[in-house]
Structure formats: structure tokens, C-alpha cells
Design a protein around this ligand. Structure first.
Ligand SMILES: [Fe+2]
Ligand SMILES: [Fe+2]
Length: 176
């Protein structure tokens, strides 16, 4: 935790109210910060709607934050949104996983090592929020290759384990 005034970047996966609807309020609270997003998000939305211009990241581009270094992965339409993508903190092996592996309901622990694919597939059957892009496996494989050890899910528990294996298992579920 740190005071908002010390923030330099406000990052998000894609443009949706629950992802970045409060972006301008955060920019007001963090006068030194700029939006941090993929180049498509910058081009189609954030250049127009944000109170300050974004720092747009190209696919595969890294950014050194000081103690941590992050890298951006474009993931168009996975699970949804042309501009969708994911940041990985390469210092800690943490992938900020947005809506992937969404677990329904409340009262999740902050972090878990138990199965998240089963609960997230149960939720997807109830409310299918995936675009079903035919490139899902390729996009998931790129993320698997980064070998994340923690998935910071937006909805539900963060998960610690073999991130590459669970990405490939999700690709199998999507194919099925
Ligand atoms: Fe979303
Ligand atoms: Fe979300």
C-alpha cells in the first residue's frame, strides 16, 4: 500500500467500467501518474477519454518501474475487447490476469493454491464472457511462455502455482 500521490502509472487490462471507469478520479488523486495501457486501448479510447495522455505499451514492451519491471502482452479478444492485454511483473512472476479465471461469488481468500480453473469454468458456463477468438490458444501459449507463478485475477482469489500449466489447461477447455 502507498499513498495515491506517489503513483506514477494507473494500469488496466481493457476498457470497461469495472477495469478503468475511475481512471480520471485516480489521475486526479495521483497528479504524477499517467494511464498505462496497450497501444490499441490508447488509440481507440484512452487518448480521447483520459484527462492525461497515456503511456502506451507495444506488445512485448517492458517498462522498468524501479525495483520492478513489467511487460505488456497484447491479447485481443481474450477473453473480450480488441484492446485487451495483460501486464506481467517479471520481478515477482506475477501476471495481472484481468477477467481470465474469474471465480463467481464472494468470500474468496486473497490468494489460493487450490484449483481455480474448475470454479472459473463453472462461472463461464453460467455467464460466458469470452469472445471465443480462434487465436485463444496462441495467446494463452504466449502468456504460458512467460512462466507466471502468480495470477492476480481481477475477480476472485489470486492464484499461486504453475501458471503455464493452467493457461494450457484453459486453452484445452476453450477448445472443448
Ligand atoms: Fe472485462
Ligand atoms: Fe472484470
Amino acid at each position: 500500500m502507498l499513498p495515491p500521490a506517489r503513483l506514477r502509472h494507473i494500469a488496466f487490462s481493457h476498457v470497461e467500467a469495472d477495469e478503468c471507469g475511475s481512471l480520471n478520479e485516480w489521475l486526479a488523486a495521483a497528479p504524477q501518474a499517467v494511464p498505462l495501457c496497450g497501444s490499441v486501448a490508447a488509440m481507440v479510447s484512452i487518448d480521447d477519454i483520459a484527462d492525461r495522455p497515456p503511456r502506451a505499451l507495444a506488445n512485448g514492451e517492458a517498462l522498468t518501474l524501479g525495483k520492478h519491471s513489467v511487460r505488456w502482452f497484447d491479447a485481443p479478444h481474450l477473453p473480450h475487447g480488441w484492446e485487451c492485454g495483460y501486464l506481467m511483473d517479471e520481478t515477482t512472476g506475477t501476471m495481472f490476469s484481468g477477467d481470465l479465471f474469474t471465480q463467481g461469488g464472494a468470500d474468496h481468500p486473497a490468494i489460493t493454491e487450490s484449483d481455480i480453473l474448475g470454479p472459473s469454468e463453472t462461472f463461464r458456463r453460467e455467464m460466458d464472457y469470452f469472445s471465443h477468438t480462434k487465436h485463444a490458444r496462441t495467446l494463452l501459449e504466449r502468456r504460458a511462455a512467460a512462466r507466471p507463478t502468480t495470477l492476480a485475477c481481477m475477480h476472485g482469489s489470486a492464484w499461486r502455482g504453475d501458471g503455464a500449466a493452467v493457461m494450457r489447461a484453459l486453452a484445452d477447455e476453450l477448445d472443448a
